[in-house]
Ligand binder design. Sequence first.
Ligand code: 13P
Length: 249
Amino acid sequence: MTTKKKLIAGNWKMNGGIAANDALVRAVVAGLKDAACTVAVCVPAPYLAQVQMLRHGTPLELGAQDVSSHEQGAFTGEVSAAMLKDFGVRYAIVGHSERRRYHGETDQLVADKAKAALAHGITPIVCVGETLAEREAGHTEEVVKRQLAAVVHANGHCISEIVVAYEPVWAIGTGRTATPEQAQQVHAVLRAQLKAATEHAGRMPILYGGSMNAANAASLLAQPDIDGGLIGGASLKAADFLQIIAAAR
Ligand code: 13P
């Protein structure tokens, strides 16, 4: 059993708008009073300023969905870690499977992004996960270990400052959740890998993501190596998100 505080992070992906964000953040904040866990929302970059103002003075933490691996300069369209820091960002998702798949992000680029975030005091939420074909071929462990190894290698002793998110690609947005046992099995592998890299592995959060919802959150979060969740669709509805938060004790 672990007694550390769990982390529930919403990943809004490319959803939202000024009016909808206002209503959603206000409703989430209103329901946070007794939350036993840390709660964050990772919002589209244009809305960081808006959500930063809405969350100011509340326990809700702010996150971004990506960060540049570069410090500054001629990188059109990119957003640097320093810029995110200017807006009170505490977390940045890196290596989400949608970015690996649609934007060709490699393990090395993901590792460099994690490094850029850490250099500015932003906690990278490093996503790893296998596709359905990789799982069916029996390659799940090999894939997630390779993805995490790149980040461990690039970040040295700072590795203890990251958050890891196991997101099986076949479970994202599909309604098909990994069973608690399937998820725990992979989380244990990731924990062992972190233990080989740092004495602080026991206190590092390893989140599960992939169709986590109000109905299945409690059983996933009851697993010994599942320290929280990275929530897509269910984070867009305050009531659902708050139910997941309530399950994280
Ligand atoms: P869903 O919760 O919509 O499956 O998305 C999970 C995810 O990709 C979070 O980063």
